[in-house]
Design a protein around this ligand. Sequence first.
Ligand SMILES: Cc1ncc(COP(=O)(O)O)c(C=O)c1O
Length: 405
Amino acid sequence: MHNIKSDFPIFEHLPNLVYLDSTATALKPRVVIEKLTEYYTQYSANIYRGLYRISEKATQEFEAVREHTARFINAKPNEVIFTRNTTEAINLIAYSLGRSIIQEGDEIVTTIMEHHANFVPWQQLAFENGVDLKVVDIDDEGNLQSLDTVITKRTKLLALTAISNVLGTINPIKDIVKKARTLNPEIIIILDAAQAVPHMKLDVIALDCDFIAFSSHKMCGPTGVGVLWGKQELLQQMPPFLFGGEMISEVSLEKTTFQNPPQRFEAGTPAIGEVIAFGAALSYLESIGMDTIRAHERQLTRYALERLDQQFGDDIRVFGPQNEEDRAGIVAFRFRTVHPHDVAQILDQSQVAVRAGHHCAMPLHKRLQVPATTRASFYVYTTEEDIEKFIKALQNVKEVLCTRK
Ligand SMILES: Cc1ncc(COP(=O)(O)O)c(C=O)c1O
């Protein structure tokens, strides 16, 4: 890969920044920032309703990104709904589809490794309808246990993540979907792909899920843009989630009719410039190549796991699969005798940015029997040199704070 860091203006401002928090949000390349500026300086009009040139230009750019997003995941454009983020995309399914299909006696299945965005909406749906929420456990390595005994004929929804934002586990989604559909052909499968779409090629046809959700900001795009993809036949059946402008077909004093998907689910003015700049992020990732990105992160993960082991051995507990083949570029860990927040604060003194806490996965941390972890995560701009700086800064933490018992 070329010197990717030079694509990211933040490194001109902060040349010594070691940014290891891409799981939370990715840095933005110049092309994305420029595209955002292009919209705001050249054609910053609202979309759809303007019969003048700059509005038509904005509409055309916006809709081109819908088509681009569809190509990126091998979907059809009218199956791509723009939301604010992954969280909103999942809530949209839970409110719209969930509340119209869940009935007494049904079950919802999710997993212990979910981000709260793919756990709390289902838990609330289960509470409100008095149905069971079943949670698939993990083994000691952080791999999902079998769904065989969990999914039954009563299971209406299966909501799971493609990649854990803490353990880094890459779940075998194709196999899981196949198995789930054998156990219950009626099941609806929702995939939280927030940590997958930015890091590897994902093909919605090949995976055969019913919905996937992801966020622009985790894939070098702007904040304020999420994507919900859903199978057309399901989207067609779903009632709107938010009501208002743009999503209607006709409104009278007596009644309102609604547009077809995706507009039915896009009430109000969207994040126009941000969606348009998200298109530049997709092009940027494509210019590197999703397979190259995955290979780069795999190599970095192997390097980080090896270096952590060499340098700290038993002083550090690393969570998740030990084999880099089965995990994404996410390494959550704990020094046995130092609080994760103290680790993050000391690393910050060396300009190493990592995250500490429960990473919006409290049930998982409870399962791991730790209140918090420190997490380093990698992306296209991360280098082995960054990992060396991280290891050196961790050595400093050990010298300052670690008193082995
Ligand atoms: C696996 C996973 N799901 C969902 C989310 C929520 O994403 P957003 O905050 O963009 O809605 C995150 C964010 O970290 C995540 O890692």
